[in-house]
Write a protein that binds this ligand. Structure first.
Ligand SMILES: [Zn+2]
Length: 506
């Protein structure tokens, strides 16, 4: 007898329907054959399915069992097909009645005792299940909050094979009500700007970066506060919109990083991979492709501390995603795409010992070594940063006599207004303006023009350097609510420029 059930598999950040066909025939040698599946997956799945069926109190069919999944290239995905396969075997051997429950989308792994553990990727699968001819989802009970994000989808959470058999055996099973999603107004970041002592330039740089979505490079000695400042950037950005939140949650779900019971991720991500991380960890990949750090940071902040310590090869892999806002993982069978639109924040020490230019501790690094250290940041990567700021450790006087400090919510208000102005004027944020768009949207008055001309001569600004300064100047004007770009905006932007390579030694 042949049974057909519906499952789903995750590709990239989406899920596609997969059909599971099981045939049980009386003749031939007993055993399970899985068509088109690699040996290891077959062996593991076969053992789990067989044990789970027996340990749940059902007889395992005596005849030959043939399982096939379609489309064929889902074979690498593995464990999430245990449950539909087991149910298919029970249906094909006549144990499960013929009911329309078989039209539901069914996903889940099985443990040997018949239990169903939590799984990755339930959110994108739920999104796909809603589009199916019969929108309904049978899935691991531990993932209820996550599946509940998708509205208007009847949910059937199951904790064991027996649960699932019950759902498919009754004619009109009652669907579960997911817990109410946590309602969070804006980013609930525990790390507030009000906790930052002093650091006026660092705070200002963060605000400008947030307002124009500019990549930002911190330079300064260890313990000066670069990481502390960077962590506060997500809290300055506008709250995630629902579609963004859905995508961010899907990415974390696929990576297996959603904590148990968690629903929609509403705060912007902050990811800080260590400088020893591999290119695959950074940009994603693998035999069954998983998102990397740059995708986990999508719609939020990717913080690379000790930037010169990252291997060049690893940083090189970041170039394409930073440019395109997506990561393409090419595969023979099916290429996948992960979103990767991030704000990049880099941080570096000024020299190998870390104290070059610091008032608190002397640096004994030879000048040549200092220069070589700063050159480790390659030109193309350096070019990514519109904004640079040197962070100094805060002297004691500054900490004790600090005036009342603004909260992140206050700064976020200004950031939001500045972003609105950019979108109304040019349909995108200032960091996305290229040379031509800059000429159209950022006209220079006479004094600004003179100032830029002087900067080009005196500071040796390249053409690209000029572009970056003008983008930042435009954001500064937008923060101030000024329609016209003025010389004082340009002057401030020049203070926040990232030194070009030739000027790095002094
Ligand atoms: Zn040093």
């Amino acid at each position: 007898m042949l049974a057909r059930l519906h499952a789903a598999a995750v590709f990239g950040v989406e899920a596609l329907p997969v059909s599971v066909e099981v045939d049980v025939s009386g003749g031939g040698l007993p055993g399970i054959t899985m068509v088109g599946l690699p040996d290891t997956t077959v062996r593991e799945s076969r053992d789990r399915v067989r044990s789970a069926i027996r340990n749940s109190g059902f007889p395992f069919p005596v005849g030959r069992v043939t399982v096939s999944l379609a489309p064929a290239d889902v074979r690498k995905i593995g464990a999430a097909f245990d449950l539909p396969i087991a149910l298919g075997i029970l249906a094909a051997s006549g144990i499960l009645p013929q009911r329309d429950g078989r039209e539901m989308t069914i996903v889940g792994g099985l443990s040997l005792d018949g239990g169903i553990p939590p799984m990755r990727g339930v959110l994108p699968i739920a999104v796909a299940a809603r589009k199916a001819p019969k929108p309904a989802l049978v899935f691991p009970a531990a993932n209820l909050a996550e599946a509940g994000i998708v509205a208007d989808l009847p949910l059937f959470p199951v904790a064991s094979l027996n649960d699932a058999v019950r759902v498919l055996s009754i004619s009109d099973p009652a669907s579960a009500t997911p817990p109410l999603p946590a309602v969070v107004q804006g980013p609930a970041s525990a790390e507030d700007m009000a906790d930052v002592c002093g650091q006026l330039r660092g705070r200002r740089a963060l605000e400008i970066a947030a307002a124009g979505s500019h990549h930002l490079l911190f330079s300064g000695s260890p313990g000066a506060g670069k990481t502390m400042l960077a962590r506060r950037l997500p809290g300055l950005l506008p709250p995630l919109e629902f579609d963004e939140a859905l995508l961010v949650t899907s990415i974390h779900s696929i990576a297996g990083l959603l904590s148990p019971g968690s629903g929609l991720v509403v705060t912007r991500p902050f990811r800080a991979p260590h400088h020893t991380c591999s290119d695959m960890a950074l940009v994603g990949g693998g035999a069954s492709p998983r998102p990397g750090e740059v995708s986990l940071a999508h719609a939020g902040v990717l913080f690379l501390d000790e930037l010169p310590e990252f291997s060049r090869r690893v940083l090189e892999t970041l170039r394409q995603p930073l440019e395109a806002g997506v990561v393409h993982v090419a595969r023979v069978a099916r290429s996948v795409t992960f979103p990767a639109r991030v704000m990049l924040v880099g941080a570096m020490n000024p020299c190998p010992c870390g104290f070059h230019g610091d008032a608190r501790r002397p640096c004994h690094c030879p000048p040549l070594l200092v220069e070589r250290y700063q050159r480790r940041l390659s030109g193309p990567l350096r070019d990514r940063f519109d904004l640079g700021v040197e962070v100094q450790g805060v002297p004691w006087g500054d900490i004790s006599g600090d005036p009342v400090r603004e909260t992140s919510a206050v700064v976020r208000g200004r950031v939001y207004a500045a972003r609105r102005r950019q979108l109304d004027r040019q349909g995108r944020l200032n960091s996305e303006l290229d040379g031509r768009a800059l000429r159209a949207h950022v006209p220079l008055d006479r004094p600004s023009h003179v100032l830029m001309a002087t900067a080009v001569t005196r500071l040796g600004l390249s053409v690209r350097g000029v572009t970056r300064v003008l983008r930042v100047a435009r954001t500064i004007a937008d923060l101030a609510g000024d329609q016209e770009l003025r010389a004082d905006h340009v002057a401030e932007a020049l203070q926040f420029r990232v030194p070009e390579r030739s000027a790095s030694s002094t």
